[in-house]
Design a protein around this ligand. Structure first.
Ligand SMILES: [Zn+2]
Length: 242
């Protein structure tokens, strides 16, 4: 792979599907940690929107087969519905992180509700898995000012991504997901995929699973790849504040 360079995350909020708010080039330069960029030649592998009993076990099986670990950004309401799956994620050495209580844009909730939702999700996950959680990634990547304040109040660290698969697009296939990830992935980058299609209007978790298999068996087979907890040499703050 080429040396670490700025990575290409889009600059718009999509109206449907697991889209994002931009992390533009300026923000990537000023705050690479928020964008998921590390100075290490390490790739962080992350999955959003689970846990889902229909699909998450298949991703866990695949990761075990390849002896890889990842970070799972989960929803509080899904976690309390499937605590055994949360425990399995943790017991198999993966990292748990917060994606919200429900899959709702942070702009849609009043600030007090947002703090309550994130606190509820954090407390529920910590009760189930017995570990302290570090990371928050907002649904759709929309990191509002209120969301940043909520993170500060709850001592959570927001993190977005540098490469994604756009699996929710109508014509997505394993090949397009792989190509889309590789288009912007650089050493030190963070990959966003989804271990469920519950929040993707045209999604199919099986093509994400196949794409993940292709990435792990092919281009990323020898990469230094793992969860966000291993992404920064000296911990989450290495590359700057918030
Ligand atoms: Zn999501």
């Amino acid at each position: 792979m080429s040396p670490l360079t700025a990575v290409g995350v889009g600059a718009a909020i999509a109206t449907a599907g697991p889209a994002l708010t931009a992390v533009g080039p300026l923000r990537r330069r000023c705050n690479p940690r928020l964008s998921g960029v590390s100075s290490r030649e390490h790739i962080a592998l992350t999955f959003d929107d689970g846990p889902d009993p229909a699909s998450t076990p298949a991703f866990l099986d695949l990761l075990a087969e390849h002896e890889r670990h990842a970070t799972f950004f989960v929803l509080g309401e899904q976690a309390v519905a499937h605590p055994g799956l949360i425990r399995r994620i943790r017991q198999e050495g993966h990292e748990l992180a917060i994606h919200g209580w429900t899959h709702r844009c942070t702009l849609a909730a009043p600030p007090t509700r947002l703090v309550r939702d994130l606190r509820d999700a954090r407390d529920a996950l910590e009760d189930i898995c017995g570990t302290v959680l570090t990371w928050f990634r907002p649904p759709y990547g929309v990191l509002s000012g209120e969301a940043l304040l909520a993170c500060r109040a709850l001592d959570l660290r927001p993190v977005l991504w540098t490469a994604w698969g756009r699996e929710w697009e109508r014509d997505a296939s394993p090949a397009t997901v792989v190509a889309t990830v590789l288009r912007t992935l650089r050493p030190g980058g963070t990959i966003l995929l989804h271990d469920t299609d519950r929040h993707a209007p045209h999604g199919d978790w099986r093509r994400t699973l196949e794409a993940t298999e292709q990435l792990l068996a092919g281009p990323l087979a020898s990469a230094n790849l793992g969860p966000l907890g291993d992404h920064w040499r000296d911990g989450p703050c290495e590359d700057g504040s918030m």
